[in-house]
Design a protein around this ligand. Structure first.
Ligand code: HEC
Ligand code: HEC
Ligand code: HEC
Ligand code: HEC
Length: 123
């Protein structure tokens, strides 16, 4: 019996390990969001990726063009200082995603991130 339990535990552990490796993890610590060239008026935004990956489990809410493989591209690789066709400028892309979510959650009375400028653009 003990052997069977040990075997079951081992298989479960291996299964978890496989899942852990198959799911790409985001950065563990705080990261600085890369600015688009030519849009550099405000202080850089430091962002706890790990808190967001827990609070917002669907990576594609933010990495909306990512197919789930490899490393998602920086927002500023597509969203430049100026709007380009359908692609919003970097400021509005970030504000719509980041501030938009915080504002909506706040309206619903939930614990969320900041909406005032200085809450994100900290000196
Ligand atoms: C709330 C928004 C948000 C969510 C949710 C999110 N990310 Fe991110 N992630 C970002 C931002 C913003 C950056 C920095 C991008 C930049 O500087 O343009 C980033 C960066 C990354 C990077 C580093 C890219 C590099 O080249 O250094 C990886 C890897 C990553 N995310 C993976 C993930 C994965 C996997 C998930 C889901 C488990 C996830 N992210 C969920 C917003 C998010
Ligand atoms: C590979 C290129 C690419 C990357 C990387 C990218 N975007 Fe976009 N984004 C686009 C394109 C193209 C559009 C316009 C068409 C669409 O909605 O898909 C867009 C549209 C948007 C919109 C407007 C959607 C709407 O509802 O009107 C927002 C907001 C946005 N992006 C935010 C972000 C953020 C934040 C990041 C980084 C976490 C990011 N994008 C990364 C290409 C990209
Ligand atoms: C879909 C919802 C959602 C999106 C999108 C989102 N956030 Fe948040 N944010 C949250 C929630 C929920 C918290 C509170 C998390 C916590 O305290 O554990 C938070 C907390 C924060 C905080 C304060 C906590 C900390 O230490 O970092 C900052 C700063 C922040 N967000 C910045 C951003 C930025 C910048 C973006 C866009 C790249 C963004 N958020 C996108 C939901 C979101
Ligand atoms: C929830 C976080 C958040 C809040 C709140 C926020 N921003 Fe931003 N903002 C960002 C992110 C992320 C970017 C894209 C990265 C960057 O350019 O620094 C950005 C970009 C910008 C840019 C373009 C880049 C630059 O430095 O010129 C300006 C200007 C800006 N924000 C002004 C403001 C102002 C003014 C407010 C208050 C009314 C504000 N932001 C509130 C997250 C935020």
């Amino acid at each position: 019996m003990k052997k069977i339990i040990a075997l079951v535990a081992m298989v479960a552990f291996l299964g978890l390990a496989v899942v852990a490796f198959a799911t790409p993890a985001g950065p563990a610590g705080d990261i600085k969001i890369v600015k688009a060239k030519g849009a550099e008026k405000k202080p850089v935004v430091t962002f706890s990726h790990v808190k967001h990956a827990v609070a917002v489990p669907d990576c594609k809410v933010c990495h909306h063009t990512w197919n789930g493989e490899g490393t998602p591209k920086m927002c500023s690789e597509c969203h430049a200082a100026k709007k380009n066709g359908k692609k919003l400028d970097s400021k509005n892309a970030a504000h719509k995603t980041c501030r938009g979510c915080h504002r909506d959650m706040k309206k619903d009375g939930k614990k969320t991130g900041p909406t005032p400028c200085k809450g994100c653009h900290k000196k």
